[in-house]
Design a protein around this ligand. Sequence first.
Ligand code: HEM
Length: 494
Amino acid sequence: MLAILVAVIVVLLFGFIWNKTRSRLTHIPGPNGIPIAGNGLEITSTFKLVTKLHEWMEKYGDIFKINLFGEEIVVVGGILIGEMLVTKGSDFAGRPKIPAWEKLEGNEVHLVLRDYDPKLRFIRKLVHKGLRQYGEGMDKIEVITVTEIAKCLDKIETLNGADFDPFTYIHHAISQVMNTMVTGEAVPDGHPMLNKAIEWDRLDGEISQDPTFLMPAMEFFFTLIRVGKLRYYTDVMDFFIEHWRSYEGTYDKENMRGLYDVIYKAYLESETDEEGVKISYNNVKYLMFELYGAGIITTHKTIYAFFHMMVTHPELQKRIQAQIDDVIGSERTPTTADKHKLPLLEATIHETLRYISHAPFALPHETKRETSLGGFTLPNKTQVWPLISANHHNPEYFKDPMSFNPDRFLENDGSLSPANSRKMLTPFGAGTRNCVGEVFARTRLFLFTASLLQRFTLLQPTEGKLNVLDPKSEDHLKKLPCICPNYKIRAIPR
Ligand code: HEM
């Protein structure tokens, strides 16, 4: 008994000294942790992680550090986020290694979690080029998006106002826009790509409920517990990749069809940029998967929350519909040219992104050299998280932040407030590693929501009642990106 007690004391003492002597950030404030685990044991779920980060920010201020089983992380809020992402963007452009994720993609990550190296810069350039050609170019995105949205709304119409969960309807429409952007064509109705995308999204959500994937020291346990799920994840990923690879046989560089062709061409022709890097075939495959995934899950969750918000804020829904009726009427399909004439809808999209803050700490960053933030020196290779949800829910920047109020983004005359008044609103991140799909996503969000409210009024279900979505609740913060729990509503044609 005594021997066990002594052993425990020795281990704890060793852990305490180990944590202290290894720490490179002793000069930065933060919650005390326990030996070895640091603050890791306080963070047993994604909900706890986000909630604790908010609590600690209130206690320690806009910069503090935590320790997750030996991994030290600096968490940043307030105006320091702008300094980190924009002013000193290249200092903070790296990504830390997330071993559990690297394994999934064959021991190399390709874009989203890739460190900031010459290949990453080249890949970002290629993706921007492809998205401009096949996603952001006004004509193309309109044709793709409007067709898929119309199909989705037609299906909703066949429900004749019955209670339904819009989850799958939105998912299929968003996936089809991505399918068209990647290969130049949507898949036929009922194609397995559509349901696989839902399965993958659910799986991704389940895996992200456990934040140990962010703790390299816990990788062994993380993967051990989920061997089956991770294997299935890889199977689904391979399924997508095989689908896109089937287009290689008909590749014709004189007739480029979508993003896959743009990236595949860069590989086939060994394109390089001024830094002289080339991409590998593995890059082509997994990069497409990353874009496909990032493009679906974030936009789907925003639109799913938007539906919910319209039902729980019927007066707001009426006001948006009145503006749509004035500007577009009921005959013509909404176009991107209408965007600036519908400031209330634009403000509501901003407010949805602010309110749900479904990427609470964006993605992890890492310093590329010794630098400083808020008066603290940060060594090279320090992991840093921008806690954007803390800004979005901070009353200093957004009055009464827990009320859903798009009018906060409007001027007295009803026009949209100028962009520079929304500096603290950064749902897509900012600067060197900002979201490459922002323009594409914003266009889809606008076209989807405008078309939806032009055709339907969304109402409470006949059975039960939706409560206002609470972005701080455990239900909402369970997974990353966050999503409200499934719900049912009615859609009545106007
Ligand atoms: C509502 C929709 C979306 C939201 C809220 C969103 C949000 C974000 C955020 C917060 C980041 C991390 C920024 C950082 O590291 O600081 C990010 C990165 C990224 N997003 Fe999005 N995103 C959305 C849609 C899209 C779409 C449609 C695509 C693709 C077509 C996309 C592709 C990416 C990629 C590839 C990155 C990683 C960029 C890099 O690491 O250099 N996202 N996004």
